[in-house]
Design a protein around this ligand. Structure first.
Ligand SMILES: Nc1ncnc2c1ncn2[C@@H]1O[C@H](COP(=O)(O)OP(=O)(O)OP(=O)(O)O)[C@@H](O)[C@H]1O
Ligand SMILES: [Mg+2]
Length: 297
């Protein structure tokens, strides 16, 4: 670890004064439809403070749609979503971000022409406590805040081991590094909840291992609550405390990883219907092979 000081000293906003295990996120009876297509169908779950909660399911199962509801991008037709006891329904994405929910996107959403440093500084935007006028009137304060923001961003850069590319435009970077910058941008917002949408999709083994290590380190150092959407079963089963499985928008399982892996409904969802079913072990292995193929796609 090359970090000069613990990341938790820099990202103080991530600490939440509620005990471990207490509900941070509560989703109840969530339904989201696009015309006749039901993307999310009566889904309920809670995520406890400090938990690493995974959502898995075949393509189109509704995983990203749940993230879009939680971050205010889509407004569900039914159900309730709350964060720290406060309803998120009707809140705008930037207000939700300010409440402490930040997100790493399935498709990288960075500014290719800006440097790594500038992309992360934009992530700090939520924390700039001055507007343009106030900034002009109180240059001293604005400058102090800018210095703090800059220091936080530099700490994140150290933590993610991307010092050598900090002045590079993001567009020039290899895919695995871009994904790391995306993680950094989400962290720069000092979230209390981090939503990770397929953080290792398209990565090779080494890049995947690096990302897994960063996720674990973030958890250890910042004690951050995370919801992880991922097709890489190895990663999910290794990292998650609990796993929710969606199929065609419906929750078909929610349990500890070891239980979910053995669940016949889950195995069926990944393999499709069949009378002469394989053994559970065969099915689990096939499911894993299927998803790692998805990742390499
Ligand atoms: N903006 C949209 N307009 C219409 N249909 C949508 C929209 N967004 C999602 N859907 C549909 O909702 C369903 C769930 O999509 P979603 O992106 O949530 O799946 P996912 O589980 O994230 O899949 P993947 O693993 O492929 O990322 C799909 O049938 C999808 O086509
Ligand atoms: Mg998705």
């Amino acid at each position: 670890m090359t970090t000069i000081r613990p990341l938790s000293d820099a990202l103080t906003g991530t600490s939440v004064d509620i005990p471990h295990g207490e509900t941070l996120v509560s989703v109840d009876g969530l339904a989201l439809r696009f015309g006749g297509n039901t993307a999310v169908d009566d889904v309920s779950f809670d995520v406890g403070r400090g938990e690493l909660f995974a959502i898995i399911g075949p393509n189109g199962a509704g995983k990203t749609s749940i993230f879009n509801c939680l971050s205010g991008v889509y407004r569900p037709q039914e159900g309730e979503l709350s964060f720290l006891g406060r309803s998120l329904l009707g809140e705008r994405p930037d207000d939700i971000a300010r409440l402490g929910i930040s997100r790493m996107f399935q498709n990288i959403e960075l500014f290719d022409n800006l440097t790594v440093l500038d992309n992360l500084m934009l992530g700090r935007h939520q924390h700039l406590e001055y507007g343009t006028l106030a900034g002009m009137a109180y240059l001293g304060k604005a400058k102090r805040i800018e210095v703090i923001n800059r220091r936080i961003v530099e700490d994140i850069i150290d933590f993610l081991e991307i010092e050598s590319v900090r002045k590079f435009p993001v567009g020039m970077l290899p895919y695995g590094v871009k994904k790391r910058v995306e993680l950094g941008r989400a962290m720069a917002m000092e979230p209390k909840l981090l939503l990770l949408d397929e953080p290792v999709a398209g990565m090779n083994v080494e890049e995947t291992e690096d990302m897994a290590r960063f996720i674990l380190d973030i958890r250890e150092e910042l004690d951050l609550t995370m919801i992880l959407v991922e097709h890489d079963m190895g990663l999910v089963m290794d990292l998650a405390d609990r796993v929710m499985v969606l199929d065609f928008g419906v929750k078909i399982a929610l349990d500890r990883p070891s239980e979910v892996q053995q669940d016949p409904n889950v195995i069926k969802a990944y393999l499709g219907e069949g009378d002469e079913g394989p053994t559970l072990e065969d099915a689990a292995a096939a499911a894993e092979a299927h998803v790692s193929q998805e990742v390499r796609r």
